[in-house]
Ligand binder design. Sequence first.
Ligand code: URA
Length: 208
Amino acid sequence: MNDFDSQCRACPRLAGFLKQIRQERPDYFARPVPAFGDPRPRLLIVGLAPGMHGANRTGRPFTGDYAGVLLYQTLYDLGLASDAVSKHVGDGLRLRGVRITNAVKCLPPQNKPETSEIRQCNGFLKAEIKTLPDDCRLLALGRIAHDAVLRAYGLKLSSLVFAHGATHPLPDGRWLTDSYHCSRYNTQTRRLTPAMFATVMKQAIGEP
Ligand code: URA
């Protein structure tokens, strides 16, 4: 299986939703959103799914809505991105040693993918993980991303418990670090602060 299909229509609910959005908002990307960043990364960041007015509008993960603000700022602060703000696909932003992908590539209604959709899309994540260098580490943003990584490895979801700041060994010798998702809700309520996110990001790339 390929790690991405820009024409994928495997989930009828999501394909129908995107079709409706393309009609209502012809200026929106409104298609499966590809991963962005280094093709040979040392860190794969796994998000949830495109946001309506962010990745679904611009075509780049975490770009154009609030969810990406802390993510790209933190990557920039750690020297992993060429700019602190991801504006649009033509802005020239480059990631250094980092790639950002989503557990579900299509925008789900109400930001909530169904379990069948997460399962269906998981083949892409599994294939993407196979393309990574052996020493690449993973950072899951939120429980759904954490579970998607476990699924991609064929692990029982109960085998590794999601916890912000936890780092888990994976069967192929890689490491998975968990973070709360950098959503507007989590950052504005300070469940996830910039300091917490910088710490977990450094942990994920294996810095002491
Ligand atoms: N945008 C994304 O691309 N992924 C998320 O998880 C949230 C917003």
